[in-house]
Design a protein around this ligand. Structure first.
Ligand SMILES: [Zn+2]
Length: 413
């Protein structure tokens, strides 16, 4: 099956303005891209008249937790639920992401590895609607049980155990997961006052890095402190999330590693924790509110600095909590502009091209030979990035050359 998009502006995934053109999709790939005045001659193709809208790569969320379970359609309490419950909620959340234009997601951890692998298989096979997924492990502290963690005791309450940490990486790799997630610092939303507490000893983090290289998996860190950022980089972690309290030395280390590193600042969760979590009984004490206000201010400064230094940043803000439900993911785009000073086109490039590089797949660009994960947007999101907040503006959603959301019949010839 071939589809020809005409009467469109093209945002190709690079941080540049849109241009008039045409795009031909053949099978699951982008076969040709032509910019005006050039046109594509494809008499056999189904023609989609874009009506002056923008054709862009599908969005990539670089920090996704499908199993947290809450979407804009249905709230659910995050927890270590039975595997079948987690699999069903994750499948639901995956469909909601795709409905909102997210055709790929890099997982930031999951309570159930089995559910994570099962939903990825269903999305890949097309038996369930959802994004392309890079899977991630359960989260676990040394000595603790895997799954969602609600207590962060600080590493100094126990002796270092690098062999156990390396063993966890090996076990996750053997179960078929692609990445392993480490909570190097605590989580104040779960356990008040722990954002800055260190959860792993340095030799444990280094042992995780060695085990990951042996097993062929990538490592992802939840980190706030400068110390954990520096050790994670030294250990060869591929993705660092949050990074609120990066100091000059940590920023230099990030910049020096920028060809092998991705940063996911996750502004969405920070805003939600500050503004909406208290209504749900999280982050509600005076101390927690003050902590969150300061966390946001630090993150803004770090984000602006990373942009200046040309570091690869991905969008994705821990969506899936009741106060931050999946389906709101595009709020991160606005926050990249408002908080970090990215232009809309730069932000969209983080959300497409850079995200595609992180996924390790030929996606995130409108480029011949790339997979046809495409959005047809009413209007130009490089002029108004907020267009992507409203799924009503997505006139068509294509994943791998097949429409998840088909354009209106009137636009098809
Ligand atoms: Zn997360």
């Amino acid at each position: 099956m071939t589809t020809l998009f005409t009467n469109i502006r093209i945002f190709d995934g690079t941080p540049n303005a849109t241009r008039l053109g045409q795009v031909l999709v053949d099978g699951d790939k982008i076969a040709r891209v032509a910019y005006a005045p050039e046109t594509i001659d494809a008499p056999e193709a189904t023609v989609v008249d874009g009506q002056g809208g923008t054709l862009m790569p599908g969005l990539v969320d670089g920090h996704t937790h499908l199993q947290l379970g809450s979407s804009v359609e249905s709230m659910s309490k995050p927890g270590n639920h039975p595997t079948e419950v987690l699999a069903l909620t994750a499948a639901h959340c995956g469909r909601v992401m795709l409905d909102h234009g997210f055709t790929a997601a890099y997982s930031g951890g999951s309570p159930s590895a089995a559910a994570e692998i099962a939903v990825k298989a269903a999305f890949d096979k097309g038996t369930m609607a959802g994004p392309r997924l890079v899977t991630s492990s359960m989260e676990k502290l040394p000595g603790g049980t895997p799954g969602l963690i609600f207590k962060f005791p600080d590493r100094d309450t126990r002796p270092s155990d690098p062999a156990a940490v390396a063993g966890f990486v090996e076990e996750m790799a053997a179960s078929g997961l692609q990445t392993v997630k480490f909570l190097l610092n605590g989580v104040s939303a779960m356990d008040p006052g722990t954002n800055l507490s260190e959860q792993f000893h340095e030799d444990e983090i280094m042992a995780a890095g060695e085990a990951a290289r042996r097993c062929g998996v990538s490592l992802t860190a939840h980190c706030y402190t400068a110390a954990s950022i520096k050790v994670a980089i030294k250990a060869g972690f591929k993705v660092l999330y949050h990074c609120n309290y990066a100091d000059d030395e940590a920023l230099d280390a990030i910049e020096a590693a920028k060809d092998s590193l991705y940063i996911g600042l996750a502004p969405g969760i920070e805003e939600a924790d500050r503004d909406r979590a208290p209504k749900f009984g999280f982050m509600a004490s005076e101390g927690q509110v003050a902590e969150q206000i300061s966390a946001v201010e630090h993150k803004k400064a770090v984000g602006r600095e990373l942009r200046k230094r040309g570091v690869r940043s991905v969008i994705g803000g821990d969506y899936g909590f009741p106060w931050n439900p999946i389906g709101m993911n595009a709020r991160d785009l606005e926050l990249f502009v408002e908080w970090f000073g990215y232009s809309p086109a730069e932000t969209l490039s983080c959300a497409t091209m850079v995200g595609g590089e992180l996924m390790g797949m030929p996606i995130g660009q409108i480029k011949e030979g790339y997979l046809a994960d495409l959005l047809l947007v009413a209007g130009d999101p490089t002029e108004n990035i907020s267009l992507l907040r409203d799924k009503g503006n997505l006139k068509a959603i294509m994943k791998g050359g097949a429409f998840h959301k088909a354009p209106a019949a009137a636009a098809v010839a």
